[in-house]
Design a protein around this ligand. Structure first.
Ligand SMILES: [Zn+2]
Length: 303
């Protein structure tokens, strides 16, 4: 099996080893919504019981898009097909750590890479859609994706929630778009915060804490940040260690604030940095590559 460390013993995800391996969110599987989150593995050898690493899904800033583009698009198409879709129906964004959410239209779809996306998707970190069959893809190497699905209005959303998007409450912005554009009611929406960096691994500057405290209020800031003590070599504690941010709890609070029922929310217990052998983690090893989260707008259709 692919070796994974979980923060607790709750079961949130299922591991799929066929084709390109991936995790799926059990809550979304129960709705029949095809979804995934990838790893470093490009395949898994059942007989040997080990995976083959090196999956490439994103063109990194240091790479030539002309050279790296075809392979990453081909890999994403394999994943899309594993979910019963295709890269022809994919909608990606340029992910600039904003809280901007786009409503997908037919001309957004297609096998884009970051450098050749249509202009109107610049500075966007989330997409919502009610078009049947549309595939939403978000990239991440520590920033968790937040998946949204409304089985009543048959609409979905997917956002990239690093600390800036989380600060700007991007899941709530996406939900507001689903309400206004598709007539969704928050109480019918299901949400999952996917794999991403955990509180222990996510050290932040004091100014980020101050920013949350002034916008979100002291009590929420104190709930989502911990100030970890620092130690000297002789083991004595130094006052005023670094702040650590819990993106999972922060996004859970935002989902609740947006009216999503508590029992409609699944929160990841997988950290990309604690599991840096299994996942690409920006904080662990910088710019190697990224995972993708994918979500297809189909309900109960099976695969
Ligand atoms: Zn961690």
């Amino acid at each position: 099996m692919i070796d994974l460390k979980f923060s607790d013993d709750k079961r949130i995800f299922s591991l799929h080893n066929k084709g390109i391996p991936y995790l799926s969110v059990d809550l979304l599987d129960r709705l029949g919504v095809p979804n995934l989150y990838t790893t470093r593995y490009i395949s898994f050898d059942e007989e040997r019981g080990e995976g083959v690493k090196g999956l490439r899904l994103a063109v990194m800033k240091t790479e030539d898009p002309e050279e790296a583009g075809p392979l990453v698009k081909a890999n994403r198409d394999i994943l899309a097909r594993q979910l019963g879709s295709s890269i022809e129906f994919e909608c990606i964004t340029d992910q600039k750590h904003t809280n901007h959410v786009h409503v997908a239209s037919a001309e957004d779809l297609g096998p884009w890479i970051a450098s050749n996306k249509p202009l109107h998707r610049q500075f966007v970190d989330g997409v919502v859609t009610d078009i049947p069959g549309v595939l939403l893809t978000a990239f991440g190497g520590d920033c968790p994706p937040v998946y949204l699905a409304d089985p009543v209005r048959k609409a979905i959303g997917l956002v990239h929630a690093g600390w800036r998007g989380t600060f700007g409450r991007i899941p709530e912005v996406a939900i507001a778009h689903m309400v206004v554009k598709f007539g969704c009611e928050p109480e019918n929406i299901y949400a999952a915060v996917g794999p991403g960096i955990c509180r222990d691994c996510y050290e932040m500057g004091d100014e980020v804490y101050e920013q949350f405290a002034s916008e979100w209020g002291q009590s929420d800031a104190d709930r989502i940040f911990s100030r970890y003590p620092a130690f000297q070599i002789d083991g004595t504690e130094i006052k005023g260690g670094k702040y650590h941010l819990d993106l999972r709890e922060a996004n859970r609070l935002t989902l609740l604030r947006a009216g999503i029922p508590e029992d409609h929310i699944a929160i990841s217990n997988i950290c990309t940095k604690c599991n840096a052998d299994t996942f690409y983690s920006y904080r662990a090893r910088r710019m190697e590559n990224e995972q993708v989260a994918m979500l297809v707008n189909r309900f109960g259709g099976g695969l």
